[in-house]
Ligand binder design. Structure first.
Ligand code: AMP
Length: 116
């Protein structure tokens, strides 16, 4: 399940300190250490999946659970009414910097479009 050389596996295992906001059997949500908005939470699966491009059919459930967790995180953070953005970067051009999929929940300010 966890890979010792993966930062987010270590966060999920509790080996690296993070500000957890929510967790369940399959997912963990914690504050991004370099927040880009007043609310910036990352939601990860406990299962190590390196990238969207590495997803397989058996991951369909877990990806759905990331979005369900995101909805709850946004509501609990108070950004549901104002709106929020969910982002999952994949690969170099998108700026993916941690090779364990993570859904960004961004809110609490107006977010420009198109993204940078
Ligand atoms: P991405 O660029 O989409 O791969 O996003 C990786 C995000 O993880 C960045 O926004 C980082 O600030 C964040 N990050 C990296 N390490 C940690 C950590 N140990 N705790 C919290 N956030 C982290």
């Amino acid at each position: 399940l966890g890979q010792s050389n993966c930062i987010f596996c270590r966060v999920a295992a509790g080996d690296i300190e993070a500000k957890l906001v929510r967790e369940d059997e399959d997912t963990v949500a914690f504050r991004d250490m370099n927040p880009q908005a007043p609310t910036h939470v990352l939601i990860i699966p406990r299962r190590h999946i390196p990238a969207v491009s590495a997803l397989s059919a058996e991951d369909a459930d877990i990806v759905g659970k990331l979005f369900l967790a995101a909805k709850d995180v946004a509501r609990e953070a108070g950004v549901e009414a104002g709106g929020y953005r969910l982002v999952m970067n994949n690969g170099a051009d998108a700026g993916q910097s941690v090779d364990h999929i993570h859904l960004h929940v961004l809110g609490g300010r107006h977010l420009g479009w198109p993204p940078g």
